[in-house]
Design a protein around this ligand. Structure first.
Ligand code: SAM
Length: 243
């Protein structure tokens, strides 16, 4: 039987502790008792563990043995803030696909009320990423950055290969760009940033800024995809080169 996986908030060499909603779920919903076995992620390592003590607000596991774990893919999704329900779906799916980080950005065509509400939404996005990580049996939770203005992210220093998904691009497909970038990379695993625009797409000055800062524009094909579909498709293509 596959053991449930939990991501601990606190740990030391021998134990790991879940608190808050996770501990509550264990006591109230699962009615967990000491002795229950689980896989517990502590500091990016996965352990076979056994529940040692449980109370309403705290569950302490003894760590029995470390298990093999797959690391996150070295990909950051630079995601325009768009309709929250669609965006949350994108965050959940990108987490399942193994993304390392998500950087929400406020773009010219991000709706005003969403831009204003974005900062308060980050905790919810982090919770979604945490739950999706547990569900998909990841050994870590993707980092969800605080939202920043797009220009700040475009100009930020980075060692990653920077790719912008642009529906106007006609010649370079993401697949072709990945083939070239992988061929050019040395022995070390290359890192990637993938930028996805909002429902209204990138504004012309944003496209120019990407271009001026050496982001490579690519297409996912002739059809216009919803932003969240574009994010997941792009992630799947990149993952196929990295796994
Ligand atoms: N401006 C478009 C329009 O209204 O016709 C829609 C933009 S699309 C819904 C949102 C984002 O998804 C785009 O900014 C781009 O990053 C990405 N995207 C959608 N379809 C794409 C494609 N075929 N190739 C590359 N990126 C795409």
């Amino acid at each position: 039987m596959t053991r449930r996986r939990w991501i601990a908030e606190h740990w030391d060499e021998a134990t790991a502790t879940l608190t808050g909603a996770q501990a509550e779920h264990l006591t109230r919903v699962l009615r967990a008792q000491p002795g229950m076995e689980a896989d517990v992620v502590a500091g990016g390592h996965v352990f076979h563990a056994e529940l040692a003590a449980i109370a309403e607000d705290e569950a302490r596991f003894n760590l029995i043995a470390e298990l093999k774990a797959a690391p996150a893919l070295p990909v950051t999704l630079v995601m325009a803030v768009f309709k929250f329900d669609h965006m949350e779906w994108g965050i959940e799916k990108a987490t399942e696909l193994g993304i390392a980080a998500i950087a929400p950005v406020i773009t010219r065509r991000t709706e005003k009320h969403l831009a204003q509400a974005a900062a308060k939404r980050v905790e919810r996005w982090r919770r979604i990423a945490h739950e999706a990580s547990q569900q998909s049996r990841r050994s870590d939770v993707p980092v969800i950055h605080d939202p920043v203005a797009l220009a700040e992210r475009i100009r930020a220093a980075s060692n990653a290969n920077r790719i912008v998904l642009a529906e106007q691009e006609r010649s370079t497909t993401l697949r072709r760009a990945m083939e070239e970038l992988m061929a050019a990379s040395g022995e070390e695993m290359p890192e990637f940033e993938l930028a996805i625009g909002p429902e209204g797409g990138w504004a012309p000055n944003e496209e120019a800024l990407f271009d001026a800062n050496a982001w490579r524009a690519v297409t996912l094909g002739p059809r216009i995809l919803r932003a969240e579909t574009a994010a997941i498709s792009a992630m799947a293509v990149v993952a196929s080169f990295l796994e």
